[in-house]
Design a protein around this ligand. Structure first.
Ligand code: PEP
Ligand code: MG
Length: 325
């Protein structure tokens, strides 16, 4: 199997009917970087910057942050990299950052909520990113945006650091693209406004699913109770793709949903043309999509969403589809 996937590495990720998909990988540490070439990823769709903070015993210095981000961009070369700003709090606690215990950590003081309140932390990170990407493209996204004002505030912090670096004669990125992660359902009801102020959006399907069904993503009693290919959830994903097309805003998805071949194919059927996954998933997903005829498959998926019949699973439908095509 492993050998079989390796053989696909140099081939384009293209479906039977000629649709090309960007298969990106998720990463978070320098040890992940060799996977770029190993997996044949088109780039890094999610770089989880909090990992550097989580394995450290004290707050990583600005210079160490900048060094890591430069190394990531160097390893990626011409391939795009999307850095996510610090996503701590909730269940990701930093021993050296005093955080009070919380009743509902997933709904608590975490990610962008926390970093917007600690501008020193956020600005140090943004400055390290801007410096590391001098002369290159910088793509940054913000986790757990729940409100448009948070996105505006985050963007203003980037502008301020950029102006600061320019004033002191530092090199700055050639282009800067800022995106919002769609993980909180409040954004689903203001997609056009969100996209108007974002250069791209990336769906964090793990958290979005958790908040959509009100199901703790780590609770084993509930694992598997709700289907992440359920019609209403897919309807939401489809509406985000449509909003992206309407607003000409690139839409991608970087949660676990992209890492399983069957659900990755469903995402492609919904119109996703870029998805980001664990590096080990790229081979299996590529092998599956190369067998896919998107247009036929899309009608099956769309019919399933629109029918929304209780108890009917898309997985079963797809088995029937596979038997007849
Ligand atoms: C997600 O929520 O889907 C996501 C990509 O982020 P994380 O799993 O790090 O919360
Ligand atoms: Mg998340």
């Amino acid at each position: 199997r492993q050998e079989q996937y390796r053989a696909l590495r140099g081939l384009p990720a293209e479906t039977k009917d000629g649709v090309t998909i960007d298969l990106m990988m998720n990463a978070g540490l320098t040890v992940d970087l060799p996977q770029l070439d190993e997996s044949g990823a088109a780039g890094i769709g999610l770089f989880r910057t909090e990992l550097q903070f989580m394995i450290a015993s004290t707050m990583p210095k600005a210079s160490a942050q900048e060094r890591l981000y430069s190394a990531v961009l160097d390893a990626a070369g011409d391939r795009p990299v999307t850095f996510r700003t610090l996503d701590v709090g909730g269940d990701k606690l930093l021993p050296y950052l005093r955080q009070a215990p919380e009743e509902n950590p997933a709904l608590g003081y975490r990610a962008l909520r926390l970093t917007l309140d600690r501008p020193a932390l956020m600005r140090t990170q943004l400055r390290a990113l801007l410096k590391a990407a001098a002369g290159r493209e910088l793509r940054v996204m913000f986790p757990m945006v729940a409100d448009l004002a948070e996105m505006r505030q985050a963007r203003a912090l980037v502008d301020r650091e950029l102006a600061h670096l320019e004033r002191f004669g530092y090199g700055v990125p050639k282009t800067i693209k800022l995106g919002a992660m769609i993980e909180v359902p409040s954004l689903l009801f203001q997609l056009d406004a969100l996209m108007a102020m974002s250069d791209f959006v990336s769906i964090g399907s793990n958290d979005l699913f958790q908040f959509f069904f009100a199901v703790d993503r780590g609770n084993s009693h509930l694992a598997g109770r709700y289907d992440d290919l359920a019609a209403p959830f897919l309807k939401v994903l489809r509406s985000i793709v449509e909003a992206g097309e309407r607003n000409k805003t690139p839409v991608t998805l970087c949660g676990e949903l992209a890492s399983r071949p069957l659900s990755a194919l469903v995402l492609i059927a919904l119109g996703f043309r870029s998805i980001s996954m664990a590096p080990a998933a790229i081979g299996p997903v590529k092998a599956a999509l190369m067998q896919l005829d998107v247009s036929k498959f899309a009608s099956t998926v769309n019919e399933f969403i629109d029918a929304n019949q209780p108890g009917v699973k898309l997985r079963d439908r797809l088995l029937q589809f596979a038997a007849t095509h």
